[in-house]
Design a protein around this ligand. Structure first.
Ligand SMILES: NCCCC(=O)O
Length: 443
């Protein structure tokens, strides 16, 4: 059962000799940044080692949500929601965005208290978010068999189609003059007197003043070769999609055991609610101290395992020169095996809970590698040690919905204009300046 295929984006053919900004990575963050920068009149080259949106950007749940957001991300997500609302019109293409609302279910009194806390995080944002139960809950999820005490309902939230969005944004960036190169890895930066003067790609050098590193799960490796410590690990999330279901709920639901949302093709995308697989790799030990608070907090939802990923990552080069073939060229698309256990569990739980799914079949399943930071919020930051380098990575599984807003903020940093939101929480230096770094409690 092959994984999801994002809509294909043809590569431009000619590598420019010189641009204002090079973007490393063609996921949703990279393409959103490319669009923002090109619209502002900058010359932009986006280099993607594989295909546009072929890793986590096409494998995520397709949720666009303010609900259960770390409070530090709420202003940026609010900006992102504003962008989503007119994105199709702006780019002249379909993203599948629908403001369908999301229910975050609470099965116990304790979980209902947690949801009320999440609700308080949204106070002052005029979202219409509220706790629902009884008939209002039934109205959104007819016949739901999971007994919920209550649910946090966030009507401003919704969904879009991960296989459409990054390709659509890349094409829109190209309409605005950006050059989009696929199968073209950036190997390393060209630095003169410590600042960015260009990049070395696998097809040659390109001069530029600014580089945005938006490499998702590959960002730590790229940064490490430049001498930048970026604490980032990967967790694997397993997802499935069903055959079309008619009629089925419009509102998405995140219960303890599964998360479900309607798709544009009439089926449903279903994932295990909180369960993620963590492959033990050499970085697990290198970064253990930094991730300890997050691991302790998330212990119940993490399934640690020793797998072939240990050998792959242990053998991976961690430093190279512009003429070496890099790990980015050796793995064009990270396409991990889904966890069969997680698949069986989420499908069984979803089918038990939702009568609408009786008769539906699983038609595809896949996994994606989520790049996480020790505090589960991204790095969107200039790099003090390397003027001209901006890092935008570590979205910790929340990158799809927040992507368009993140692209705007990155463009603000690159062009040194007033940022659309305060970027302080996302600075890279928080991992080294003594800040107590941990996910939001209750996350
Ligand atoms: N990774 C779980 C959350 C879904 C999302 O916001 O993309």
């Amino acid at each position: 059962m092959p994984g999801p295929k994002p809509n294909p984006v043809e590569s431009d053919l000619c590598l420019p000799k010189s641009v204002d900004v090079v973007i490393v990575g063609g996921g949703i963050i990279g393409v959103s940044t490319a669009l923002e920068l090109a619209e502002r009149g900058n010359s932009v080259l986006l280099c993607e080692k594989g295909q546009i949106g072929a890793e986590q950007s096409s494998r995520n749940w397709g949720w666009v949500r303010l609900g259960l957001r770390d409070p530090r991300e709420i202003p940026l997500m609010t900006e992102s929601l504003r962008i989503w609302q007119s994105l199709d019109e702006r780019i002249g293409r379909k993203t599948g965005y629908v403001q369908s609302g999301i229910l975050f279910g609470a099965r116990t009194d304790r979980s209902a208290v947690d949801m009320e806390r999440w609700l308080r995080n949204l106070e002052g944002y005029q979202t219409g978010a509220r706790m629902v139960s009884g008939s209002e809950l039934e109205q959104h999820m007819p016949g739901l068999k999971t007994k919920l005490k209550a649910a946090l309902f966030t009507p401003q939230d919704g969904r879009a189609e991960p296989q459409w969005v990054a390709p659509a944004l890349a094409e829109a960036a190209r309409d605005q003059g950006a050059v989009i190169m696929t199968n073209c890895a950036v190997r390393c930066l060209d630095l003169q007197a410590g600042r960015v003067t260009g990049v070395y790609t696998e097809r040659g050098r390109v001069a530029c003043d600014q580089v945005v590193l938006a490499g998702g799960a590959w960002s730590r490796l790229f940064a490490g070769n430049e001498g930048i410590a970026l604490p980032q690990l990967k967790v694997l999330n397993t997802v499935l999609r069903t055959s079309p279901v008619e009629p089925g709920p419009e509102t998405a639901l995140w219960s303890d055991d599964f998360a479900i949302r309607k798709r544009a093709d009439g089926g449903y995308t279903i994932a295990s609610g909180h369960e993620n697989t963590v492959d033990i790799v050499p970085d697990s030990f290198r970064l253990a101290a930094k991730f300890l608070p997050a691991f302790a907090q998330e212990w119940k939802s993490l399934r640690f395992r020793l797998s072939h990923r240990w050998t792959i990552e242990a053998r991976q080069s961690r430093s190279w020169t512009p003429t070496d073939v890099t790990p980015f060229e050796l793995c064009r698309i990270l396409d991990p095996e889904p966890s069969q256990k997680a698949l069986r569990k989420s499908w069984a739980k979803a089918r038990q809970a939702l009568p609408a799914l009786v008769g539906a079949e699983v038609v595809q399943s896949w996994a994606g590698m989520i790049d996480v930071t020790p505090d589960a919020i991204p790095v969107i930051s200039n790099v003090q040690e390397i003027p001209g380098l901006v890092i935008a990575t570590g979205f910790s599984g929340h990158g799809f919905g927040i992507g368009p807003g993140a692209g705007r903020l990155v463009a603000d940093l690159v062009t040194n204009t007033a940022p659309c939101v305060d970027p302080a929480a996302f600075r890279l230096s928080r991992f080294s300046d003594g800040t107590k770094v941990r996910p939001d409690p209750g996350y």
